[in-house]
Ligand binder design. Structure first.
Ligand code: PEP
Length: 245
């Protein structure tokens, strides 16, 4: 079955480097999976034409809580759609942490993104202390319920969830990937919680220190529909290998 593999380039590259990586990606990434590259906002209008007509899709890393209005510094999902963006990452833990985005804000972003014709990739995941306290399931249930409250989708492919335990994200202190078997069990749990709200069986991706060596193990799990990749998506050799699995 085709897997969904998302590259989150974050704010790690200059515009020039983003264009170079996009060109390399078109040359090197092959295979049957659905691949999405998410450059920063500034690079989107330049990366879009490079990906046009290829098997690579364009994604954004965020979008605004409304379609139009007096929202200084924000980027409308309507303009993203017009640029050829198909997917948008919403509620990434870095935005929740550094920009204090609440699930309420993320909920509004999801609704507007859907209305604008984008596929939201809702990120959820717990901090290390939540895991240590054995409260992961309660925490995720709350995060999913608040983020998806009142969200309506027509088909299961209209929205994607990415489970990214914060303690596993490679740029965080002492990060390590979770075991693929543990990931499978949590993905099953998340799928069930989301299906209860959305009435549709949406795909759940894994993210957190995925690399060329461990990606295959995650992708072979029944409940893992794909991957959200940060650090390894910046290395074309590693990322093209992950995409080929
Ligand atoms: C991320 O932050 O979305 C992520 C998955 O990062 P990494 O793959 O580098 O852990």
């Amino acid at each position: 079955m085709k897997k969904l593999i998302i590259a989150n380039w974050k704010m790690q590259l200059s515009l020039k480097e983003s264009l170079e990586l996009a060109k390399q990606s078109v040359k090197k990434i092959k295979g049957k999976n659905i691949i999405v590259l998410c450059p920063d906002f500034l690079a989107l209008p330049y990366v879009g034409p490079i990906l046009k007509g290829t098997n690579l899709n364009l994604g954004a890393q965020d979008s605004a809580i409304v379609g139009r209005g007096a929202y200084t510094g924000e980027v409308s999902p309507l303009d993203l759609k017009a640029l050829g963006v198909k997917y948008v990452i919403l509620g990434h833990s870095e935005r929740r942490e550094h920009l204090h985005e609440s699930s309420l804000i993320i909920n509004a972003k999801i609704k507007v993104a859907l209305t604008g014709g984008l596929i939201p990739i809702l990120c959820v995941g717990e901090k290390l202390e939540v895991k240590k306290n054995g409260e992961t399931e309660e925490y995720l249930s709350r995060e999913i319920a608040h983020s998806l409250q009142g969200v309506k989708i027509k088909s299961a492919s209209d929205l994607v969830i990415a489970y990214e335990p914060i303690w596993a994200i490679s740029t965080n202190k002492n990060a390590r990937p979770m075991s693929a078997l543990d990931a499978d069990a949590i993905h099953k749990f998340i799928k069930a919680r989301a299906a209860r709200i959305l009435k549709k069986p949406v795909a759940v991706l894994y993210g957190g220190s995925v690399n060329a060596a461990n990606a295959g193990e995650f992708l072979s799990q029944k409940n893992v529909a794909g991957l959200l990749v940060g650090g390894a998506s910046l290395k074309i050799k590693d990322f093209s290998h992950i995409c080929s699995l």
